[in-house]
Design a protein. Structure first.
Length: 251
């Protein structure tokens, strides 16, 4: 039986998908992609609003090759079961969430908006690319962005992601509501140590000033799960960008 709260939340998620679709990434009018003349090497020339993709000095992703050990304040995770909608926005599979989840990072609260996936990890470990990567995108009341990256290797199936994988929309600009709430906390690895650095969105317009937290320990997907995603969005990753003097912090 669908409760009134669930029905209202699903309607809100439908509106969220229509309004945000590729939230924080780009406007729908400018076509971009991952191959050829619209691929990552050309993003900066596709539109003036994408100039940071070519001219930015703090771009993401990066190669996690070395880091400085630092005693960071612990990240407070405030994740609980939430209703969600699985959307194919043409560039990735994005899961838009009912509002309420978030993190507190260095004293600032960031609300979790959505999470999405890249086939071929964007961050690399000492030059090694993993099969996939998940990004959880957060925004503060003042518009600051924080993204948690989770590297996804091949191994045992990821049971918490199974309800999403069962409903991956194969058509671009299509979304499907999950029938049950998803526990975002179950998506994260243990322990929750991480790399931290200042970077950007990894898709146009490549906005800088993003606080990145990349989990040190990967989690796994089965080979079948990786293949199923790759059939929809093969190689939807941006290659690592130069550090340009930035320091990678490691907790």
């Amino acid at each position: 039986m669908v409760t009134r709260r669930a029905a209202a939340s699903v309607l809100a998620l439908c509106g969220l998908f229509a309004a945000l679709n590729s939230w924080g990434e780009t406007t729908a009018e400018v076509l971009w992609g991952y191959e050829g003349k619209r691929g990552p090497a050309h993003w900066g020339s596709l539109d003036q609003s994408f100039s940071a993709c070519a001219e930015g000095t703090e771009q993401s992703p990066v190669d996690l090759v070395s880091g400085t050990d630092r005693d960071y304040p612990a990240i407070k995770f405030d994740y609980g079961p939430r209703l969600a909608m699985v959307a194919n926005n043409g560039h990735t599979i994005q899961v838009n969430l009912e509002r309420g989840d978030g993190i507190t990072l260095d004293g600032t609260r960031f609300e979790l908006l959505q999470f999405h996936f890249h086939h071929g990890s964007e961050h690399t470990l000492d030059g090694t690319q993993l099969p996939m990567e998940m990004h959880l995108v957060h925004r503060s009341d003042r518009g600051a962005l924080a993204v948690i990256g989770v590297l996804l290797g091949e191994g045992a199936a990821h049971e918490a992601l199974a309800p999403i994988w069962e409903r991956l929309p194969s058509q671009a600009n299509w979304a499907v509501a999950l029938p049950e709430e998803i526990d975002v906390m179950a998506l994260l690895p243990k322990p929750r140590t991480a790399w931290r650095y200042r970077g950007s969105l990894t898709t146009p317009p490549c906005t800088e000033g993003v606080s990145w937290i990349v989990m040190s320990k990967p989690v796994t997907l089965s080979a079948a799960q990786i293949t199923k995603f790759g059939a929809l969005h093969p190689r939807n990753f941006r290659p690592p960008q130069p550090l340009r003097g930035r320091t990678l912090g490691r907790e």
